[in-house]
Design a protein around this ligand. Structure first.
Ligand code: PLP
Ligand SMILES: N[C@@H](CCOP(=O)(O)O)C(=O)O
Length: 470
C-alpha cells in the first residue's frame, strides 16, 4: 500500500515510511492512495474472531509491503495483551437502542491506548531494522500524552517530548504523564491551549534549523493522530462493535466524542472499507468548530473555552483535512490552497462537494455542560453506568440524534470516568475510584519543565535534549 499527502507535493511512502514520518513534508497528512474494500461475505467471515485476529484482518491491506501478517499478528498480540478486558473493547448495552463501546481498558484508561500500544511497537520494529533513533514530538490535551508515554517509555531508540497546555488537563491525566520516570521521556507544560501546542508540533516537522542543529541527524515523528498508523488501529473497533450488532446484515450508527477528528475519521475509513454504517455522529463540547462546519460549512476557529471535557477542548481539528481531501476529489493542490487560507485567517468555508459529501454520512451535535450532566445522570439511573464527561457528550448526542429506533447506536466510551473524577463528582455527586494498579498515582513525584507558549523556547528545549539519529 502506498500513501499520499493531502497537500499533493510530498513523496508517496509505504506504511513503514508514513509511520516513521508522522506528518508529510508538505505539511499535509498521509492517507492510503485508495481505500481497501471488503466484500459482504468477507465481513461476515470476521464475526466471532478474537480482537487480535480481527485487527490483523482489518489492518493487513494497510501494511502490505511493510509487515508480514505474522509480524502484524505478533505486534497486535503484544499490544492488546496489556488490556485488562479479554474482549479488549467490550460492548455494553444501555437500552433497546443505545450501546457503549468501552475503549478504556488499556494501561492509561483511554481509547488512545488501542492505537498507541501498537504504534510504540511499530516504531520499535521499524527502527530496529535500520538501527536508527527517533525524536517524537507530540501535543496533548491529556490522553494522547499519557498513552504515548506509556507506550514508549524506556524504549532505547526513541525520545519523546510531550507538550501539554499548563493547567488545562485533569490532575490524573497530568500525573499519568509526569510521574513516569524514564530518561527518554520529557514532559513540557506550555502556556496556552492544546491548539497552540499542536501548532508548534506541526511547525517543528518542517523546521530546517532544527534538523541543522543536529547536523541533519534529526529524525522527527508523531504520536498524535496526524500519524496514519494511529487511525488505522482505531478502525478495528468499529468493525468489532458492528459485527457484534449484526453487520454486515444490519447497519449500525456511532456517536463519537470528537476533538481532533481522528476517532470519527477512523469510522469514516471503516465505512469506506465496506462496513455498513448508518451514521457517524460528531459530538462536540462548546468548542464546536466541527459542529458549525458540518451544519453550516463554516470552519472558523474561535478561542478555546476550557470545559469539563478537556480532551475535546480543541478548535483546530487536524484530521478534518483528511476528510475534506477525500470528499473534495483528492485534489492535493486545491487542498493545499484551502489549508493555506485557513492557516492564515483561521477560517474557511467548505466547498459544496465537501458539505454534501459529509452530509451523506455525518451528523453532529454541540453538547453543553448541563446536557453532559444530564447524560451522566441518565446512564447512572437507567443502567448503573458512570460515564466520563467525553463519553457523556457522545451519549447525549446519540440519544438526541433522532435515528430510527431499529438502528443500534454505539457511543464510543473514550475514557474511564476516574480520569476526570472531579468533573464526574461535580456532575453526579459520586467520585469514581482509580483502578487499584494506579492507587499510588498521587504519591508518586512529578517531573516536568514549564515553558512559555513560544515556538522558539520549545524548539530550543527539544534541540538540546534530543538524541541525534544515525
Ligand atoms: C477522552 C477523549 N474523548 C474524545 C477525544 C476526541 O477524540 P479525537 O481527537 O480523535 O476526535 C479525546 C482526544 O482526542 C479524548 O481524549
Ligand atoms: N484529545 C487529545 C488531543 C490530541 O489528539 P490526537 O488524537 O491527535 O493525539 C489528547 O488527549 O491529547
Amino acid at each position: 500500500m502506498k500513501y499520499i499527502s493531502t497537500r499533493g507535493s510530498a513523496p508517496a511512502l509505504d506504511f513503514e515510511g508514513v509511520t516513521l514520518a508522522g506528518l508529510a513534508s508538505d505539511g499535509g497528512l498521509y492517507v492510503p492512495e485508495h481505500w481497501p474494500r471488503f466484500s459482504e461475505s468477507e465481513i461476515a467471515g470476521m464475526a466471532g474472531l478474537s480482537y487480535v485476529e480481527l485487527a490483523v484482518r482489518v489492518m493487513t491491506p494497510f501494511v502490505e509491503g511493510s509487515l508480514t501478517q505474522e509480524e502484524l499478528r505478533e505486534l497486535c498480540t503484544r499490544a492488546y495483551g496489556r488490556f485488562s478486558h479479554d474482549a479488549v473493547t467490550p460492548l455494553v448495552q444501555l437500552d433497546q437502542q443505545q450501546w457503549l463501546l468501552e475503549l478504556f481498558h488499556g494501561p492509561t484508561l483511554a481509547f488512545k491506548d488501542v492505537a498507541l500500544q501498537l504504534l510504540g511497537r511499530l516504531f520499535e520494529h521499524f527502527l530496529a531494522k535500520s538501527d536508527d533513533h527517533l525524536t517524537i514530538v507530540g501535543a496533548t490535551s491529556g490522553d494522547t500524552g499519557s498513552a504515548a508515554i506509556d507506550a514508549v517509555a524506556g524504549r532505547e531508540r526513541i525520545d519523546i517530548f510531550m507538550l501539554h497546555p499548563k493547567g488545562r488537563v485533569s490532575d490524573v491525566q497530568r500525573r499519568q504523564m509526569t510521574t513516569v520516570r524514564a530518561p527518554n521521556v520529557h514532559n513540557l507544560a506550555i502556556e496556552g491551549s492544546f491548539d497552540d501546542a499542536q501548532a508548534m508540533v506541526k511547525r517543528m516537522f518542517n523546521d530546517a534549523d532544527m534538523a541543522a542543529s543536529h547536523g541533519g541527524r534529526f529524525r522527527i515523528s508523531a504520536v498524535n493522530s496526524i500519524n496514519w498508523a494511529r487511525l488505522m488501529a482505531q478502525v478495528v473497533y468499529y468493525f468489532a462493535a458492528a459485527l457484534q450488532l449484526g453487520a454486515p446484515g444490519r447497519k449500525v450508527a456511532f456517536s463519537v466524542p470528537t476533538g481532533n477528528f481522528g476517532d470519527v475519521f477512523a469510522g469514516y475509513v471503516a465505512a469506506q472499507m465496506g462496513l455498513p454504517i448508518e451514521r457517524l455522529i460528531v459530538a462536540t463540547n462548546v468548542n464546536d468548530i466541527l459542529h458549525r462546519a458540518l451544519t453550516t460549512g463554516d470552519y472558523s476557529a474561535g478561542t478555546v473555552t476550557p470545559t469539563a471535557a478537556p480532551s475535546m477542548d480543541i478548535q483546530v481539528s487536524s484530521n478534518f483535512e483528511r476528510l475534506l481531501f477525500d470528499l473534495g476529489g483528492r485534489d492535493g493542490a486545491a487542498m493545499a490552497e484551502q489549508m493555506r487560507g485557513f492557516e492564515s485567517s483561521k477560517a474557511m468555508q467548505l466547498t459544496n462537494s465537501q458539505r454534501e459529501g459529509a452530509a451523506g454520512l455525518f451528523s453532529s451535535a454541540r453538547v453543553d455542560q448541563a446536557e453532559m450532566a444530564q447524560a451522566m445522570s441518565w446512564a447512572a439511573e437507567c443502567c448503573g453506568q458512570t460515564l466520563d464527561p467525553h463519553t457523556a457528550i457522545g451519549l447525549y448526542a446519540a440519544r438526541t440524534a433522532g435515528l430510527d429506533p431499529a438502528t443500534p447506536v454505539v457511543t464510543l466510551a473514550t475514557a474511564h470516568p476516574a480520569k476526570f473524577r472531579d468533573a464526574v463528582e461535580r456532575a453526579t455527586g459520586s467520585r469514581p475510584a482509580l483502578p487499584n494498579r494506579m492507587g499510588d498515582l498521587f504519591e508518586r513525584s512529578e517531573s516536568f519543565s514549564e515553558l512559555p507558549g513560544e515556538y522558539e523556547a520549545v524548539a530550543e528545549f527539544v534541540s538540546k535534549h534530543a538524541t541525534p539519529s544515525s
